[in-house]
Design a binder for this molecule. Structure first.
Ligand code: ZN
Length: 123
């Protein structure tokens, strides 16, 4: 790996930025695009691979698609089995209690319960 190139200017939320014509510009994005002579597509973001927050070496960055990021986050959420869904549906605990018990977001519990309720009431 080549050496880090350290940005000595402004930082915002761990990201180096510079001010050009009164506008804040993401330094990593500018450097990466200039180096590879490309423009980022709307669903693309630059991520730093070397974990040095002030590093702006284009060789220490890569492009990631926003959808890939979202998929990574989704994959972390454990899947519930049919049996677990049944328990959630039949339980008289609150959504919050069940969310903690099954280690899933409250919205997942809520979705299981409301979907099943709707399915039953249509009979
Ligand atoms: Zn670096």
């Amino acid at each position: 790996m080549t050496d880090h190139i350290i940005h000595n200017g402004h930082m915002n939320n761990g990201r180096p930025y510079e001010v050009i014509d009164g506008k804040r510009v993401n330094v990593r994005k500018r450097v990466y695009c200039e180096y590879h002579n490309i423009t980022l597509k709307p669903d693309e973001r630059i991520i730093l691979t070397c974990k040095v927050p002030r590093c702006i070496n284009p060789l220490h960055m890569e492009i990631i698609k926003v959808n890939d990021l979202l998929n990574k986050v989704r994959r972390v959420i454990p899947m519930l089995s049919e049996y677990q869904r049944e328990i959630i549906f039949l339980s008289d605990k609150t959504d919050k209690e069940l969310a903690e018990e099954f280690n899933v977001p409250k919205s997942t519990i809520n979705r299981i319960r409301t979907r099943r309720t709707r399915a039953c009431s249509s009979n």
